[in-house]
Design a protein around this ligand. Structure first.
Ligand SMILES: NC(=O)c1ccc[n+]([C@@H]2O[C@H](COP(=O)([O-])OP(=O)(O)OC[C@H]3O[C@@H](n4cnc5c(N)ncnc54)[C@H](OP(=O)(O)O)[C@@H]3O)[C@@H](O)[C@H]2O)c1
Length: 278
């Protein structure tokens, strides 16, 4: 674990964000899949707000580098744990470690993605579907179950990083799309249930388009005609939506929101517009 105490954070954020943030400052934040990509940027955003950040992914060297940068950006502390989310016991252990070292949790950011790098026609590979569902859906649920009592105690927040592929069926990424649809079902139901039980725990789902992370560009860069959007701005929007306890973040807003609105009324048109970008 890398730690630095007595740091004075220099947040760069909107006043509404800072006002809301000051209620929980300095918040304790777990970001999964934070060794690279959007998760790494989310960790930096929370660090700028002075959070205690807890990072997890499989590659330790990358996590150490990210933790170092978190401290330089103003994190109150930066710890990490190596875990493979294809193992649900490892997911449970991550939360145990968070509880032991931070004494609670304010933000659970579920962001990791894996097991579904294949972009191509569905070949009926059941093992691939099962792997994707475990890493990209069941581990999110396991982390949530394990962290629920800490989040209820802190009246905290769950931020779920999803995709337009969880709202509109996506050819060539069936296993991934299935996991994202499952996330939408689980977390929108959980949000309503918490509300009915008058539990003050927010659930924010981030619906993302194409973002310029190294892995996304490598896997689909030469296969789709969409322009990639910056991961830094994407992370800012996700953190802002989470801290402001919004139910949904759509990024990039102006390209995705019309698709999401019109898909109910004109599904054929929206799908053929999207098919033209493949
Ligand atoms: N980029 C896009 O265009 C895009 C679009 C829509 C939605 N999203 C969503 O945004 C989120 C982040 O995407 P991204 O592009 O930033 O992904 P990324 O760059 O591929 O990063 C994925 C992260 O997950 C970790 N990871 C992968 N397999 C894992 C496993 N088995 N166990 C634990 N950690 C694992 C990786 O670290 P290790 O390899 O070190 O384990 C890495 O930190 C995902 O939920 C994704 O679905 C992205």
């Amino acid at each position: 674990a890398t730690e630095s105490l007595n740091k004075v954070p220099m947040p760069k954020a909107s006043s509404a964000l800072l006002l809301t943030w000051s209620d929980t400052f300095p918040a304790r934040v777990l970001v999964t899949g934070s060794s690279t990509g959007i998760g790494e940027q989310i960790a930096y955003e929370f660090s700028r707000l002075g959070a205690h950040v807890f990072l997890t992914a499989r590659r330790e060297e990358q996590l150490k580098q990210v933790a170092k940068k978190c401290l330089a950006l103003g994190a109150s502390s930066a710890r990490h744990i190596v875990a493979d989310m294809s193992d649900l016991t490892a997911a449970q252990k991550v939360i145990e470690d968070v509880g032991n070292s931070l004494g609670g949790l304010d933000y659970l950011v579920l962001n990791h993605v894996g097991g579904s790098e294949y972009f191509g026609p569905f070949k009926g590979d059941m093992a691939a579907v099962s792997r994707s569902m475990t890493i990209n859906f069941l581990s999110y649920v396991q982390l949530t179950i394990s962290a629920l009592s800490m989040l209820q105690e802190s009246q905290g927040s769950i931020i779920v990083v999803s995709s337009v592929s969880g709202r509109i069926g996506s050819p060539f990424t069936l296993s991934y799309s299935a996991a994202k649809f499952a996330l939408e079902g689980f977390y929108s139901s959980l949000r309503r249930e918490l509300h009915l039980q008058q539990t003050n725990l927010s659930v924010t789902v981030a619906v993302l388009g194409y973002i310029n992370t190294d892995n996304a560009v490598r896997i689909v860069g030469d296969k789709i005609a969409w322009a990639a959007n910056p991961k830094e701005e994407c992370a800012q929007e996700i953190v802002k939506g989470g801290v402001l306890r919004q139910r949904e973040v759509v990024y990039p807003y102006w390209s995705l929101k019309p698709l999401l609105l019109f898909k109910e009324w004109m599904p054929g048109l929206i799908e053929s517009l999207m098919d033209n970008t493949l």
